[in-house]
Design a protein around this ligand. Structure first.
Ligand code: GAL
Length: 386
């Protein structure tokens, strides 16, 4: 019975907003795929390849168990960004309990890029091993999978801590090999201010220097010259790292910088417009929404300058406005092909108690000089870019 109602809701929505001339996007609602089933691609990103968009994201299952990877990474294909065809599971978790991506691990925010030199598709994601100690999120590794075909199957290649024994380019010599932290830091009673100051001084950069730097929320960005970058929340989520990848895109080159030490940016999403680099991020409050942030730079390797919260308006479906990013958290900014200045900001509306019900908020990005804004829209279509 439930399934029938769900299918009917899916059918109504698809006929209302995704079919015929009224093609469009209705942020924060059920988004049916070609089978009438809500799209299952959370924390996702999109790759445009040979005339088709491919949306990769975390496949979630029902209940809180869905916050762990029980299936893998799902992929959908679309020509128009509204109607999506289910292309199945691109990367499967493993039944082997010794695998790094064994069922029940945490596999988040997958992003796929194409390497024109090697002809391979490369997926990066945040990995936490099943059974990680002392906390489920203690692994803090990046992981890489590769495929010969865009929709997969992807093969797990390796996981890594970043750049062991290499200092960030912008980490001052006087902060190297220093481990100053107040006692409160070690008894977990430190205020946000104390934590921020401790991380500004680079405690985690120093403690992770030999094993390699941590990575949690992450994305990958390929620049026009083919140089790829991995952007990840590092240093216990206190500091973003921007790391150059090597020419295969499967590991690091050795160059990286810290961005806004101690500011606790998460959920990075990068895009480029008119030679400038932009980033949308969130603050650090787990599944609960907070205010989005944004920044701009003339080069991926900095200096980055904060621009503030780009969101405006209110989501009438949950009553949440810019102070809570309409209930969402950034995951990707998609350049729309064949249109100038057309970018879509993608957010997740997490549902941690029933992960599979997480919704997607996609909104057009608007520009004003060097700044950009993301206004809430109840319903919209690609005509806004005309
Ligand atoms: C969020 C993060 C998500 C997930 C979640 C777990 O801050 O962006 O990807 O890791 O925390 O609580």
């Amino acid at each position: 019975m439930m399934k029938r109602i769900y299918m009917m809701v899916g059918w109504c929505l698809s006929s209302m907003c995704l079919a015929g001339t009224s093609d469009g996007i209705v942020p924060g609602t059920v988004w049916p795929d070609d089978n009438g089933v809500h799209i299952n691609a959370h924390g996702g990103g999109i790759l445009f390849h040979e005339g088709t968009y491919y949306w990769f994201g975390e496949h979630k299952i029902e209940g809180a168990a869905g916050n762990r990877a029980q299936v893998g990474v799902h992929v959908y294909a679309s020509k128009d960004l509204c109607k999506w065809t289910d292309r199945g599971v691109a990367l499967s978790v493993d039944d082997d309990p010794d695998s790094e991506i064994t069922k029940g691990c945490i596999l988040e925010r997958p992003k796929v890029v194409y390497n024109a030199k090697t002809g391979k598709f490369v997926m990066w994601f945040h990995l936490e091993h099943l059974g990680a100690k002392p906390q489920p999120y203690s692994t803090a590794r990046s992981a890489v999978a590769v495929a010969d075909h865009v929709a997969g199957p992807y093969r797990f290649l390796h996981s890594l801590r970043a750049m062991p024994t290499i200092w960030p380019e912008n980490f001052p010599a006087e902060l190297r090999n220093r481990f100053d932290a107040p006692d409160s830091y070690y008894t977990s009673s430190a205020s946000w201010q104390e934590k921020a100051e401790t991380h500004q001084r680079g405690l985690a950069v120093n403690t992770c220097f030999h094993a390699g730097q941590m990575s949690r929320d992450q994305t990958v960005f390929v620049d026009d010259d083919g140089t790829a970058y991995h952007i990840a929340a590092s240093e216990h989520n206190a500091t973003l790292h921007i790391r150059e990848l090597d020419t295969t895109y499967t590991t690091y080159s050795g160059r990286y910088i810290r961005v806004f030490p101690g500011r606790f940016h998460e959920a990075p999403a990068v895009f480029k417009r008119k030679g400038k680099y932009y980033m949308v991020t969130s603050g650090c409050t787990g599944w609960a929404p907070n205010a989005a942030r944004s920044m701009v730079a003339d080069s991926m390797m900095g200096e980055w300058r904060e621009l503030g919260n780009p969101c405006k308006g209110i989501n009438p479906r949950n009553g949440l406005g810019a102070e809570k990013t309409f209930g969402g958290q950034s995951t990707f900014v998609l350049p729309v092909q064949g249109r100038q200045d057309a970018y879509i900001a993608m957010f997740d509306l997490w549902q941690p108690k029933n992960a599979i019900d997480g919704r997607y908020v996609w909104l057009p990005v608007e520009f004003e000089g060097d700044s950009f804004f993301i206004h809430w829209k109840d319903e919209w279509n690609l005509g806004v870019f005309d």
